[in-house]
Write a protein that binds this ligand. Sequence first.
Ligand code: ATP
Length: 706
Amino acid sequence: MAAVSGVLPQVPEPRAAVFRTFSKPRPAHARRQAAATKRKCQASSEAPPAKRRSKASFLPAKKTAAKETRRTLKGKAQRTFSPKKPSAGARDGDQERKPGAKTSSLFKNNPEIPELPRPVVKQVQEKVFTSDAFQALDLHPHLISTINTVLKMSSMTSVQKQSIPVLLEGRDALVRSQTGSGKTLAYCIPVVQSLQAMQSKIQRGDGPYALILVPTRELALQSFDTVQKLLKPFTWIVPGVLMGGEKRKSEKARLRKGINILISTPGRLVDHIKSTKNIHFRQIRWLILDEADRILDLGFEKDLTVILNAVNAECQERQNVLLSATLTEGVARLADISLHDPVSISVLDESHDVSSPESEAFLEASPPQATDELDGFAIPAGLEQHVVVVPSKLRLVCLAAFILQKCKFERDQKVIVFFSSCELVEFHYTLFLQTLLSGSGALAPEHLPSTSTPLKFLRLHSALEQEERTAVFQDFTHSKTGILFCTDIAARGLDLPQVTWIVQYNAPSSPAEYIHRIGRTARIGCHGSSLLVLAPSEAEYVNSLASHKINVSEVKMEDILSVLTKDDCFKGRRGGSQKSRAAGPQEIRERATVLQTLFEDYVHSSEETVSGAKKALQSFIRAYATYPRELKHIFHIRLLHLGHMAKSFGLRDAPKNLCASAMKKKKANLKRPDLQRKKTQSKQRLAEILRSEYASGMETGGTKIT
Ligand SMILES: Nc1ncnc2c1ncn2[C@@H]1O[C@H](COP(=O)(O)OP(=O)(O)OP(=O)(O)O)[C@@H](O)[C@H]1O
C-alpha cells in the first residue's frame, strides 16, 4: 500500500473511492492530472496484500479494513484537497507508511465496549413557567409594556416570580434555578425598576449604580443586550459593557462619560480598577454575580477580592445577588464574603409531578448553605440525555457520522460540540471544513443526496480575535442550522436559540460543567438532546453522573455509524448503497474506514497538517491530565492508548516523540528532590492555562494610570 521513501508517489496514498464522489466537475487540465494520478495510484496499489485480520478484532469482519480500502483505489484517483508533496514531517519515522502496511485498522484490537452501568436515579426537575403575568408585580407601567412588547413575554417564569419581589424589597439573594429558566431577567427587571424609580434622577456622569459581573465576554454582551432592551423607556440610564478584546482606550472614554449599569468580566474590571482613574463605585446600589460558582471556580477569587475591596472602600450600602444553575460549596463560600442576611431562592420540584400544588416553586427564606451537589442539579424536563461508548480509534468517524446524520440528513438542526481546549477546537474545525465541506475536499452539489442540507461549521474559543468571536456568536445565534465547535467559554449562560443537540466530545471536568453544557439546549421549556462521548475505559463516568442525579441513556456506536450507508460518498469497494442492498455491519465498517481514510489523507497531506494533528493530540493529553482527583480513576492518562488516540486525530501511528518526551519527563521527575514544588508550579501553570480561557484580554501591556 505505502511506498518506500523515495519511490513514494506524489499523491501519498490513493483513496480514490473516497474522493471520487467528493469532487466538483473539473477542467481539462485537472482531468489530465487526475489521469496521471490514477496511473500512479494503480501502480501503487500493486503493493503486497495486507495481512488477514486477527481473530481478536472488534466487530469481527471477513476482510480487513485495509484490504477493502486498497481495493477501492483501483482506477479511482481524484483528490478533493490538494496535498503537497509528502513532506519530511509526513514521512518521518513515526508517520512513514511501510510497504504492505495497513491503511487503517479501525475495527481491530479495540477494547471491548463494556456493559454500561444502569443506575436508576430520580432526576431533579423544576417547573419553568408560572401562570402569573408581569402585571402582577409592582413595576413601572412602561417597564411592563417593554417586557410585553419588546421582549414579547407575558407570564413570569418560576425563578422570576420568586426573585423579583424579594429583590424589590431590597434583600440580598442567592438564586438557583435550572439552565434556561430566565435568571437574567430575574435580576435585570428589579435593577431597572429600582434605578428608574430613584427620587433624584440618575445622571450619566454619576457613574455605575449597578455592577454586573459575568465570566465570559459573550455572556457580557448578551446581558448588556437584555439590559439595553429593558432600558428603552428610561433613556437617562446608560448601560455599558467592559470586556477583554476591546480597545482599552475606548472603554476608558466610555467610563469617563459615565456608565450607570456596568456589565463586565472580572479580569477586565480589575484591569480598569488598577489602570483607569475615571472608574469609581461611589453610587453602587447593586452588585450582581451571574454564574457565581464559575467566577469563583476559575480562580477569579483574587480578582473578586480586588473588586469587592474597591467597591467596599467607596460604598457599603448595596444589594448583592448571586445566581447560578449550580450551587456548590464554592458559591456558599463566596456568599459568605459578599452577602448580607441573604435569601436563598431555589426553584425545585423533586416530586416530578409538576401539576401538584407542592410542586410549585418554593421560596426558602434561609441563609444559603453549602448546598453542594448532593441535592443534584435540576435538568430541564425537555432534555433527553444520551451517552455513547466509542473505542478511541473510532472517535473521529463517530463524531463525523453523528454530525452528518444530524446536519446533513435532518432539517433545522443546530449542534454544539464541546472540546477540552482551543487547539482541539481548531484542529477539528479545520479538519471537518477541509474534508466534509463542498468546495474544499467534500461533497460536490450533484452528489449531495436530495434530502441533505449544506453543512455550516463555526468555532468559538478564547484564542480567536474578539471581532471574530463576536461575529461567530452573532452568526450562530441567528442561524437556523449549523455546527458550533467550542470550548467551555460557550458552556455558561449563553442563550443561543433553537440549539437541538449538545455533543460533549471530551467529558467535562465536573457535574456542574456537564449541566451547563447541556443547558445550552432545551431552554425555557423547549426540547433538546445531548450526547456524551466516552471511551470504554470511561464508562464508569455514568455512575459518577448518576450520583449527582443525572440520568443518561445509551446509544450504540453502530447506530451512529450506520448513517454512512445513507451517503454514497463513503461507498467502499463493493459499492453497496442503501438502494442496492441492505446496510449490514460489514458495509458500515467499510464506510467508516473510507471516512477515516479521508481524514488521514488530509492530515498526512503536508508537514503542517501532520504537525497540527500532533499538537492537537498533545493538547488533548494535557487537558486529560487535568481532570480533578475525584475523577482520576476514570480519566487517567495511563488508561489512554496513544496509538489508538492518534487515529482519532487522523494520525496513522502514535507520534514517537510525544511518547518519548512524556516518559522522559516522568522519569526525570521521579529523581527530583524538589518534585513537590514542581508539582505545585505545574498546577499553577495549569490554572493559568485554564484561566486564560476566560482572560480579560488585557494581560499584555503596562498598567499605566491614565
Ligand atoms: N418570562 C419569560 N417568558 C418567556 N421567555 C423568557 C422569559 N424569561 C426569560 N425568557 C427567555 O428564556 C431564555 C433563557 O433565559 P436566561 O438566559 O435568562 O436563562 P438562565 O436561567 O440565565 O440560563 P443559564 O443558567 O443557562 O444562564 C432567554 O431567551 C429569555 O429571553
